[in-house]
Design a protein around this ligand. Structure first.
Ligand code: ZN
Length: 246
C-alpha cells in the first residue's frame, strides 16, 4: 500500500521517493513476483498487488513509468469528489497541497491495464456516519468511476482504514465484492466478500526493512505498531486534530 511516490518531502511519511520505489519494484521482480491488479489476483501465482490510495498525480508521473519498466500494473483508489483537485481534504498548508489525477489521467492508467477502485467520494471516515450518507459515498463513487472508465468497480478501500461489520454489509449491498484494508488484521468478521489485506510502505522503509516487511509472516511487533500508528494518523489528519481542538 503506497500513497505518494514523489521527490516532494511531506511530514506525513506516506511518501516514497521514485528512487526507493524503483528499487523496491526491481527487488520484487528479482524475487520472481509478477504484478497484478486486485481483480486478477490468483493465490496460485507468485503475484504481488501494488495499490495507491487517494489517486495523486505523482503516481502517474513517477510510479506508472517504473511499473511499466517491470511489466507491472497496479490498483489506484480514487476519491471521486477530488479527481483533478488539490488534496484539501487533508491538512496541509495551502502551498503544500498536491493534486489528484484527473479523469483523463486515470483513464490513461486504466487503458494500460490498471484497476481503478473506489476510496469514496470525499475521504471521510465512514463509520459513525448516517447510513444514507455512507450509501451515497459508496454508491455515487462506484457509479462515477464506472461511467468514466467503462468497466465495473469491484474493490472499495475505506478511508483511514476505518471499517466495521455494518460498513461491510453496506459495501456488499452496493455491489462491491472486495474490500482493501490494512494490517494489522485483528478478528476479521465473517463477510461474503473478499478481504484484501495490505502492508503500508513508507519513506523510512529502507531496503532491508522493505524486504523484511514483505518476506516476514507474521509481522514483527514493531511493524504492527507502525502500521497501527500510520492508519490512525492518516497523513496530516492527526496534526489537524491537534491544531483545531473540537
Ligand atoms: Zn486515503
Amino acid at each position: 500500500m503506497y500513497h505518494k511516490v514523489s521527490e516532494q518531502y511531506e511530514w506525513g511519511l506516506t511518501t516514497t521517493t521514485p528512487r526507493q520505489f524503483k528499487a523496491q519494484m526491481l527487488a520484487l521482480q528479482h524475487l520472481g513476483f509478477s504484478f497484478s491488479r486486485i481483480e486478477d489476483y490468483s493465490p496460485d501465482l507468485n503475484q504481488v498487488l501494488i495499490t495507491f490510495d487517494d489517486g495523486y498525480s505523482c503516481i502517474k508521473e513517477y510510479a506508472a513509468p517504473i511499473l511499466e519498466e517491470v511489466g507491472g500494473v497496479a490498483t489506484v483508489f480514487a476519491i471521486t469528489d477530488y479527481v483533478g483537485q488539490k488534496n484539501s481534504w487533508d491538512y496541509f498548508p495551502e502551498d503544500k497541497q498536491i493534486t489528484h489525477m484527473s479523469w483523463s489521467e486515470l483513464r490513461e492508467l486504466h487503458d494500460k491495464g490498471w484497476e481503478i477502485g473506489s476510496h469514496g467520494k470525499s475521504h471521510r471516515r465512514l463509520i459513525n456516519m448516517s447510513s444514507k450518507n455512507v450509501h451515497d459515498e459508496l454508491a455515487t463513487s462506484k457509479k462515477r468511476i464506472e461511467d468514466e472508465m467503462g468497466s465495473e468497480v469491484t474493490t472499495f478501500c475505506p478511508p483511514f482504514n476505518a471499517w466495521n461489520s455494518d460498513l461491510l454489509s453496506q459495501i456488499e449491498y452496493v455491489g462491491y465484492t472486495r474490500v482493501a484494508i490494512s494490517y494489522p488484521l485483528t478478528g476479521l468478521p465473517k463477510w461474503s466478500g473478499e478481504f484484501i489485506p495490505r502492508l503500508g510502505v513508507y519513506l523510512h522503509d529502507v531496503m532491508p526493512l522493505f524486504l523484511a516487511k514483505i518476506m516476514t509472516n507474521p509481522l514483527s511487533p514493531i511493524e504492527v505498531l507502525q502500521q497501527q500508528m500510520i492508519n490512525m494518523a492518516g497523513d496530516g489528519k492527526i496534526l489537524e486534530s491537534w491544531l483545531k481542538p473540537q
